[in-house]
Ligand binder design. Structure first.
Ligand code: 9WO
Length: 244
């Protein structure tokens, strides 16, 4: 996987990327990151890349031409086409399913805006996917791009130590994770659930599944509607209903 990021703050992207598992994966050659500073493609002698919005109003808008030239510089280094993801609160909301879909691409181009946005005309020309990471407004698209690169990276072969962990985590089957415990067995008077110390693998698995089901129903009932439940799962939840 090759990530390409068009941004006015390349240091922010590189720093965020290096300081984690994604950085290690890049060192191992499992993925690559290339940042392109949109300011390097300014068409103005003062290196400006923004201007006032037509129609008036607060703030500044990133101009079409520098963004387009930055994009073309990336395109010239890529074989064939690549999806261009514009990070914006107006986009489709990112989720695990989208991460899995993006992980199948060879190259991904992220476009990070700043100020009050980017001239719509260049967005119409180059953007294939407008993506939001949630319903809030930030100062720019850099953090959302890092979030998406992180979620995609951990799905790539060899990035995580444990090959199984990406497969069996939250949202894989639309259920939340079960609670985790580590040493000591008793911490400030609070004990680890005894079943986890029993060494009985099948019982542990059953307990974890039940915890996932209970948590999902309690905290994210919207997810439970999409989850694929076995007969045993449904029986367990119905029995719990009867208890309260
Ligand atoms: C600010 C603003 C102020 C007055 C009138 C219109 C305005 N639009 C914006 C605006 O949306 N600024 C964005 C800042 C432009 C694109 C980059 N920015 C951004 C991306 N903020 N939040 C995101 C984002 C991206 C993905 N998921 C969540 C938030």
């Amino acid at each position: 996987m090759n990530f390409h990021v068009l941004t006015l703050f390349p240091d922010m992207i590189r720093d965020g990327f290096q300081t984690s598992i994604t950085g290690r994966a890049a060192e191992k050659g499992l993925l690559s990151l290339q940042t392109v500073n949109i300011r390097d493609f300014s068409v103005n002698k003062h290196n400006r890349v923004d201007d006032y919005p037509y129609g008036g109003g607060a703030g500044m808008v990133m101009q079409a031409e520098p963004v387009c030239r930055a994009y073309e510089s990336v395109r010239s280094r890529i074989h064939g086409s690549a999806r261009v993801l514009y990070m914006s609160p107006q986009g489709k909301v990112f989720d695990q399913r989208m991460a899995e879909e993006l992980a199948r691409e060879e190259d991904l181009i992220f476009l990070c805006g700043h100020y009050e946005g980017i001239d719509e005309r260049v967005l119409e020309e180059i953007v294939t996917d407008e993506v939001s990471i949630g319903d809030y407004v930030l100062t720019g698209g850099e953090l959302p791009a890092l979030v998406i690169m992180d979620a995609v990276s951990r799905l790539l072969e060899g990035v995580l130590h444990n090959e199984e962990s990406a497969q069996f985590d939250s949202f894989h089957d639309n259920l939340l994770e079960y609670p985790q415990y580590s040493r000591p067995e008793e911490w400030r008077g609070k004990k680890v659930p005894p079943i986890l110390l029993s060494g009985h693998h099948a019982n542990v698995e059953k307990w974890r599944r039940e915890q996932s089901l209970l948590r999902t129903r309690e905290r994210r009932p919207d997810l439970l509607e999409r989850a694929v439940l076995t007969k045993e799962d449904k029986k367990f939840l119905a029995k719990q209903d009867g208890l309260c």
